[in-house]
Design a protein around this ligand. Structure first.
Ligand SMILES: Nc1ncnc2c1ncn2[C@@H]1O[C@H](COP(=O)(O)OP(=O)(O)OP(=O)(O)O)[C@@H](O)[C@H]1O
Ligand SMILES: [Mg+2]
Length: 532
């Protein structure tokens, strides 16, 4: 369990939150919410012991399982199965058991005997840790997260970012930790897995802190809501489920709004009075004090207003291009013996909107990577039409160079861009002042999404290839991005589980993977989106 006293968290000179006190007990299912960049990830990292607090105390009892927003853990040569089983110390035992089985069959009597001895010793430890039942439990969790046996036997280094993330999630769910801290666990999950995860978390006996942009998950799972208010740098604790929280929060905001109006009224009164007094020399000092007081009152308010705004976005006019800027013929791709798709033909006309549908593993991300020129197809080719400029948004934010600053990334995306222009675009994506000099690696999930999209904006792309562009976004930023998408006049190829995103795009066509057949869009396909 977790107990937090008077916690203060800073990044650089900025205070993200102060005076935070709470407990997480058995059976607490806590939804941690707050806008992008509020500090949710930083808080959970600190709770998990991977970052230092500026002040305060964190007491941890029992094991904590932490799923970071951007996991990069584990020995890359281990198989996925070993990584998961190791959560209960079983992974390497299973590997050694296999080796000793091989040794036992050796024609060399000494090797065979050593194998037999090792086997007995290992099997005892294996059984003590839960043995075959535990192994079956791990396999069941993995399969519910769309990780079949075939993938479990691969070394981590051969897996995609999405698969790695699901493996980390499986590992934590399997670990039986007393407290689980999950940062955006539904990213990269298909609809079936999300439903399964909800049930799993609901039934979990330990404590859970979950950050998720999936409102259904929050609604069904949590019995407490922690609202991290970035303007006030505090956490408001609501000991209630999601629906009641929403009502309560609205009431709270109403109250605060009224207080704000009140303060404004008082400040105006002070200012008027000061103006009258100011005319007379005898009352100049009082007038001065009144003005100062009014300014102080209003300064407190402005901060709230500034921080409340969201990105006002418009994707720019795309650069001119021919009738069919991007086409591909006979594309196929396999990983090892696994065929992902074969003979996919595709023509993207100027301004056309296409949605790519297919279940997890059907190759949607792979197709986009091939179209973007990041991966090579095994057969077939991608043909660039006249004037083609691709804007690729990668699910893993891999178009961002994490070692360079935000501004350097912008200039990298469009070399002729001046710093002033770059700052202007960044401003419309809610990056202010010093943010430009942040190394991109420290950005929050939602901030990375915004930067990646800003980079596309300045590149003048006429074909956007978007892979799950709404993951990680808070509701207000999501609305902005979808609004911009709806108004964009260039071509878009979209991969998304988000029905709202597809609706905003208003596609004419759909490409279904792995078959690679195209069809006109019709509303029946909408039902498939969340399943895909
Ligand atoms: N080392 C650092 N230096 C400067 N700023 C940092 C550093 N680390 C994090 N930040 C900033 O702290 C803020 C909080 O980041 P955090 O990742 O905790 O947000 P979040 O609430 O998880 O957001 P999201 O919903 O987008 O994931 C962000 O503005 C981020 O850019
Ligand atoms: Mg985060």
């Amino acid at each position: 369990m977790l107990a937090v006293h008077d916690l203060e968290i800073r990044v650089g000179a900025r205070v993200l939150m102060d005076d935070v006190t709470f407990r997480v007990d058995k059976g607490d299912k806590i939804g941690l919410v707050g806008r992008n960049g509020a500090g949710k990830t930083t808080l959970t990292k600190t709770l998990a012991g991977q970052a230092e607090a500026a002040n305060g105390k964190i007491e941890r009892t029992g094991e904590i399982g932490y799923l970071p927003q951007d996991p990069r853990a584990g020995n890359l040569d281990d198989t996925a199965r070993t990584r998961i089983l190791d959560a209960r110390g079983l992974g390497h035992i299973v590997v050694q058991l296999r080796q000793s089985t091989l040794d036992m069959a050796s024609p060399d009597a000494a090797v065979s005997q050593a194998g037999m001895d090792a086997y007995t010793r290992l099997e005892d430890r294996f059984l003590a840790l839960g043995g075959y039942a535990a192994e079956a439990e791990a396999a069941a969790i993995a399969s519910n997260l769309a990780l079949p046996d075939r993938i479990l036997d691969q070394p981590l280094k051969t897996l995609s970012g999405g698969q790695r993330r699901r493996i980390e999630l499986a590992r934590i769910l399997f670990s039986g930790a007393d407290t689980m801290i999950l940062d955006e666990p539904t990213n990269h999950l298909d609809a079936d897995s999300v439903v399964w995860l909800r049930e799993f978390l609901k039934g979990y006996a330990g404590g859970v802190i979950v950050i998720s942009h999936d409102v259904f998950l929050i609604e069904e799972v949590v019995n407490k809501v922690f609202y991290l208010d970035a303007n006030r740098q505090v956490i408001d604790i609501y000991n209630m489920g999601w629906k009641n929280y929403l009502k309560q929060r609205e009431a709270d905001e109403d109250r605060r709004k009224k207080e704000r109006v009140n303060v404004e009224k008082k400040a105006t009164t002070l200012q008027l009075q000061a103006a009258r007094f100011g005319a007379k020399a005898s009352k100049a000092a009082a007038a001065h004090q009144m003005v100062a007081r009014a300014e102080k009152m209003l300064a407190g308010l402005d901060e709230v207003r500034v921080a409340d705004r969201v990105a006002k976005l418009r994707f720019p006019e795309p650069a001119a291009c021919g009738r069919t800027p991007l086409s591909a013929s006979d594309l196929s791709k396999s990983y090892g013996s696994l065929e992902i798709f074969t003979a996919v033909d595709l023509a993207i006309d100027r301004g056309s909107k296409v949605v790519v549908l297919g279940l997890n593993g059907a190759g949607k991300t792979t197709l986009l990577r091939i179209l973007a020129g990041v991966d090579k197809p095994d057969t077939g080719q991608v043909e660039a039409g006249h004037g083609l400029r691709v804007g690729y948004y990668a699910q893993e934010h891999e178009t961002i160079d994490v070692n360079r600053t935000v501004l350097q990334n912008m200039v990298g995306a469009s070399p002729q861009l001046t710093e002033t222009e770059a700052r202007k675009v960044l401003g419309s994506f809610l990056f202010t002042g010093d943010d430009g000099h942040k190394p991109a690696g420290v950005l929050s999930g939602g901030e990375k999404t915004r930067l990646a999209l800003a980079m596309i904006v300045v590149s003048g792309a006429n074909v956007l290839l978007l892979d799950e562009p709404t993951n990680n976004l808070d509701p207000a930023s999501r609305e902005e991005i979808l609004g911009a998408l709806a108004g964009y006049s260039g071509a878009v190829v979209l991969v998304s589980h988000d029905e709202g995103a597809v609706e905003a795009l208003n596609p004419e066509r759909v490409l279904i993977l792995p078959d690679g057949v195209e069809d006109h869009w019709n509303p029946d396909y909408a039902d498939l989106i969340s399943l895909a």
